[in-house]
Design a protein around this ligand. Structure first.
Ligand code: ATP
Ligand code: MG
Length: 440
């Protein structure tokens, strides 16, 4: 017993001693997806080891339905591929195999070592490349949290547990494998993963794991923007975005992510707006309804746009061009840190620039607005603005009614034309000039 403990502390445990039988963990083969079972069976049939690993094992043990199944094996990618009818080699850095079974895609990765001695790092300790195949034990050690390093063998229904992940799951603790500071330096994204997984799984971050985060938070600024964006998107669409953002603020992690998010959250209207947007998104995710990342990012940055818009109008820029420029300002500032994709920013712009058009409820304009392809998203955005108190509830109620009304009612709802008449009147006051004919 003591011997085993010492071996474990030193990371010397052997697979044989760490195999936990089904009676002790209660995860059965039947809980694994068809695709992952076929993949593991196929690999095993060819003489390789094959385990379901990572998030899926963890989620199943917690009674959560996994998003997808990953398989880890000692077979090299080029040995995996020919075993399956529909399989693709993917990735340049780490080569993986995607095995397709029916609708399902199973990601198969070869055991990998992340040798801290040989891995290429930057001056802050961030690992730039680790691409060496290794043993299962090494593969477990390169994973981030103990609960993410559990290997389920569908053939024997045993779980291989090198780092006490099963015990941590029972205690509901999220604990970093190895020295937390070193592991966060290797990959600062792990700080965001800690927050997201903690919220999603209802696990408490182990105090030693939490301790270095505040100080290391600035390292996030050096993470490539595309990776940061992917992780932020996962976080925002986790169904626990509100809780995650609260935690990010508490840990001082929000600065580099959405610059000025802290400023927005300090304005009462901005905070209310963002809080509502996140609560609505979480609710949709949890009830399996679709959510639009563009809508969410548009919401997170709206009060930034509003502030920039107001500032430009204060410098006597005309409202609509000022809004265009304000959107540029905000998107340029954000995209430096966070690579929001082009497709997303295009939709965000559409939703934002639609907003002033909701003020115009006369003539043909409401009909044109309601026909625009993003109307629904624009209207939902308006509803959020109304709920946060930024625009009058009457405007939102008008548009809600207008959408549902028949032709007759719509006509009766239209506001009297005012703006163009004023302009015409002003023009008439101008002294007639010789070369422009006057309309009677
Ligand atoms: P979810 O799928 O719910 O987002 P996950 O833990 O499965 O959570 P993935 O990104 O699918 O996350 O990663 C699969 C596994 O790869 C993880 O369980 C973990 O073992 C390992 N892993 C992922 N990202 C890292 C990282 N940054 N550092 C170390 N290990 C990681
Ligand atoms: Mg996963």
């Amino acid at each position: 017993m003591i011997k085993r403990f010492i071996r474990r502390v030193l990371g010397l445990g052997s697979a044989a001693t760490l195999r936990v039988p089904r009676e002790k963990h209660r995860l059965a083969r039947a809980a694994i997806s068809q695709g992952a079972l076929k993949t593991c069976d196929g690999l095993r049939g060819a003489g390789f080891a094959a385990y379901v690993v990572g998030g899926a094992v963890r989620d199943l043990l917690l009674g959560i339905e996994p998003k997808d199944f990953d398989v880890a094996t000692d077979a090299r990618p080029e040995q995996v591929k020919p075993l399956f009818r529909r399989a693709l080699l993917i990735g340049r850095r780490f080569r993986l195999v995607h095995v397709m079974v029916g609708q399902e895609t199973v990601e198969v990765s070869t055991f990998r070592a992340a040798d801290p001695e040989t891995a290429e790092k930057n001056e802050h300790g961030r690992v730039l490349r680790d691409n060496v195949f290794g043993s299962q034990e090494e593969d477990a050690r390169r994973r981030d949290f103990t609960v993410n390093a559990l290997y389920f063998d569908p053939a024997t229904e045993e779980i291989v547990d090198y780092h006490g992940g099963l015990a941590d799951l029972r205690k509901r603790v999220l604990r970093m494998i190895g020295d937390p500071e070193t592991r966060f330096r290797e990959d600062p994204i792990r700080m965001l993963r800690a927050v997201r997984l903690g919220a999603k799984l209802g696990l408490t971050l182990d105090p030693a794991t939490r301790a270095p985060i505040r100080e290391l938070a600035p390292l996030l600024e050096m993470v490539p923007p595309a990776r940061l964006f992917d992780e932020m998107l996962k976080l925002l669409l986790s169904g626990h975005a509100s809780a995650c953002l609260r935690q990010l603020r508490e840990d001082g992690l929000h600065h580099g992510l959405l610059p000025l998010l802290d400023v927005i959250l300090e304005q009462p209207l901005g905070e209310r707006f963002v809080t509502l947007a996140l609560a609505q998104t979480d609710e949709r995710v949890r009830t399996d309804r679709p959510v639009s990342p563009a809508f969410l990012f548009a919401a997170l940055l709206w009060h930034e746009v509003l502030a920039a818009w107001k500032a430009r109008q204060g410098r006597s820029e005309r409202p609509l061009p000022a809004l265009e420029s304000a959107m540029d300002d905000v998107l340029n500032a954000q995209c430096e840190k966070l690579a929001i994709t082009r497709k997303l920013t295009a939709t965000m712009r559409e939703v934002w620039s639609m907003q002033p058009r909701f003020e115009q409820r006369a003539g043909q304009r409401p009909y044109r607005l309601i026909e625009s392809p993003r109307f629904r998203m624009g209207y939902d955005f308006l509803a959020l603005r109304a709920a946060s108190g930024e625009v009058s509830a009457d405007v939102e109620a008008w548009w809600r009614a207008f959408q549902q009304a028949d032709a007759e009612t719509r006509k009766a709802m239209l506001m009297p034309e005012t703006a163009p008449k004023t302009r015409r009147r002003r023009r008439r006051k101008k002294p007639p000039s010789a070369d422009t004919p006057q309309t009677p």
